[in-house]
Write a protein that binds this ligand. Structure first.
Ligand code: ZN
Length: 155
């Protein structure tokens, strides 16, 4: 297991990812049967160098449930977040870096403070958006980019 984690550390700026994002990435690089046999009931927190597990900050499900609706409606209707991100991806196809760098830039331009961004990204991850492109693919499926993506796939 250590090999996987270390390999991944070399691939991405781990500390800039939320713990849930790290989990999401790692879990996809582990063979399914191995996971089932050895890790099913493990509480798994991915730590960047220097991080203490007790200091990791994240929302529990109950909190997320309470804020999800308002967060999504703000992003979609009150500010231009979704359409800005959508336009960006329509212009520069496949510009996702596997993190929230574009979204963070947009939210900063829209004057969202850090605490609000924290809420926003935790809601988006809960909805399946673990990086910029997944925010469109999985959360805002009516976006132009998501429509293009889903319609180009044959199931
Ligand atoms: Zn992505």
């Amino acid at each position: 297991m250590k090999t996987f984690a270390r390999y991944f550390l070399l691939q991405a700026p781990f500390k800039d990812l939320y713990p849930q994002q790290r989990y999401h990435y790692l879990i996809h690089s582990i063979p399914g049967d191995f996971f089932e046999k050895n890790l099913t009931n493990t509480e798994w927190l991915e730590l960047a160098p220097g991080e203490d597990p007790d200091e990791l900050d994240y929302h529990d499900d109950e909190t997320l449930k309470e804020i999800t609706e308002s967060v999504l409606s703000v992003l979609q209707y009150k500010v231009d977040f979704v359409s800005i991100l959508d336009r960006l991806f329509m212009k520069e196809d496949a510009a996702c870096c596997g993190d929230f760098s574009h979204s963070k830039k947009i939210l900063k331009q829209l004057d969202f403070p850090a605490a609000a961004q924290f809420d926003i990204f935790h809601v988006l991850m809960k909805k399946g958006g673990y990086c910029d492109c997944e925010i469109l693919f999985n959360v805002f499926r009516e976006s132009e980019y998501a429509q293009k993506y889903w319609s180009s796939r044959s199931w």
